[in-house]
Ligand binder design. Structure first.
Ligand code: NAI
Length: 413
């Protein structure tokens, strides 16, 4: 069983934080600036046995994608209050098990937005100038000095599918170069700048000189750009995919490029990607001079790593200082005002009928005045935060800890 009051009475410098996998140094600086000076950083992963052992004594852990936090590891980590994934994905963590143990998991889904948008912007210019083919030819000793199929981007139309964080940022940057931007999104999105929303995917396909895809991986988006859609694009137009590998039918794209219907493509994500840098990459798009192939590096920049480090470190600090779970991927999301004078008690419990009544009975019996109460639940776990005016929290913590449904209780100094 997890300790029920793992951070009870600990001052910030006693809260132990372990950062693994070479997380950017700005994370430790952010934590230290907030008073969390007990930070240990490792450049790599830890072998599974050592990981479980180290985590037994740690209050917060920061990982990237290679550290696997299984249910077994989490169960042993009885002091662990939260996990920070200093990356986009959280598949490496048993997030449901973490929730049931009262451990929120945070990540940084948008820290690399700008990096993706900048890469795509560069690719738009390169594709419209026919650079990929000229570059490939020059490497072979050929001199393709001509203006054939070389265009400025100014005045051309960029079609964006998926006008979310990346799509919007790209649209703004492309307008800065004088492009016209049209977009299609299934959710209503306010156009930025002079971008224009269209009602259907076909409208973007018909309008675009360059089509850029920025949708998530869903059953609907998987294969959403296939033979039919590519056929509906303008002759000589270009396709860019830096979203998810399954969105474009690669065989259909290769065929449209080989036939000359499309002028070029840039692809960063693939249905099958090598698991590591040691594995071989194979794609139907290899050998096509007018295609830019990149190894899923759209978001891989130093600046993105820094953004991610600051973002996740801030979320951990907010949770530790304030109890806020905003941005947690597995937890009831509670956004809280700063706690100033009242004592703040955080109670994580199994979401069963009658729990809140029982919590309030404990509060009533203690005689403490409740200044504020915030509750959010998921089907299996509830999170209630209470600001109480009392000089002695011990009876309250004892009463809450004794409730059958309690997973964890902590209080903030
Ligand atoms: P986001 O969630 O902010 O935006 C996605 C947008 O797509 C939303 O506005 C959503 O309403 C829209 N959408 C969903 N289904 C749609 C459909 N069927 N048709 C049209 N629009 C649809 O996501 P964000 O951050 O902009 O990321 C976009 C994609 O880029 C994601 O797939 C993400 O995994 C990928 N990505 C790739 C990176 C790389 O290294 N290449 C790095 C970062 C993100």
């Amino acid at each position: 069983m997890p300790e029920t009051s793992s951070l009870l009475s600990l001052s910030k410098d006693k809260i132990r934080i372990l950062l693994l996998e070479g997380i950017d140094g700005s994370a430790a600086r952010q934590l230290e600036a907030a008073g969390y000076t007990n930070v240990a950083a490792e450049t790599g992963t830890l072998p599974p046995g050592e990981l479980a052992e180290r985590l037994e004594d740690v209050h917060f852990v920061g990982i990237r994608s290679r550290t696997k936090l299984t249910e077994e590891v989490l169960q042993r980590a009885s002091r662990l209050a939260a996990v920070g994934c200093f990356c986009i994905g959280t598949d490496q963590v048993a997030a449901t098990a973490a929730r049931r143990l009262g451990i929120p998991v945070f990540n940084a889904p948008y820290g690399n937005t700008r990096s993706v948008a900048e890469l795509v912007l560069a690719e738009i210019i390169l594709l419209l100038r026919g650079i990929p083919a000229r570059n490939a030819a020059a490497h072979r000793g050929e001199w393709l000095k001509s203006s054939e199929k070389a265009h400025e981007v100014r005045g051309k139309t960029l079609g964006i599918v998926g006008y979310g964080h990346i799509g919007m940022q790209l649209g703004v940057l492309a307008e800065g170069l004088g492009m016209q931007v049209v977009f299609f999104d299934t959710a209503p999105r306010l156009p930025l700048g002079n971008a224009r929303a269209v009602a259907a995917l076909e409208d973007v396909l018909a309008a675009a000189d360059v089509l850029s895809l920025h949708v998530p991986d869903t059953p609907v988006t998987r294969g959403m750009i296939g033979e039919l859609e590519l056929g509906a694009m303008r002759p000589g137009s270009h396709v860019i995919n830096a979203s998810r590998g399954g969105v474009v039918d690669i065989a259909a794209l290769a065929a449209a490029l080989r036939s000359g219907h499309l002028g070029g493509a840039a692809v960063d994500v693939f249905p099958q990607e090598p698991a590591s840098t040691r594995d071989v990459f194979a794609s139907d798009l290899q050998g096509l001079d007018n295609v830019l192939l990149t190894p899923h590096i759209g978001g891989s920049t130093h600046e993105a790593q820094q953004n991610i480090a600051v973002d996740v470190a801030t979320k951990l600090v907010q949770y530790s200082d304030n109890g806020s779970t905003v941005g947690a991927v597995n937890f009831p999301e509670v956004s809280l005002p700063e706690h100033v004078s009242a004592r703040r008690i955080l109670h994580i419990h199994r979401n069963e009928p009658g729990v809140l009544t029982a919590v309030n009975q404990v509060l009533a019996a203690s005689g403490a005045n409740i200044a504020g109460q915030y509750l959010q639940t998921l089907p299996d776990v509830g999170y209630v935060v209470m600001d109480v005016e009392t000089n002695d929290v011990a009876p309250l913590l004892g009463g809450l800890g004794a409730l059958e449904a309690t997973i964890r209780t902590r209080w903030l100094r």
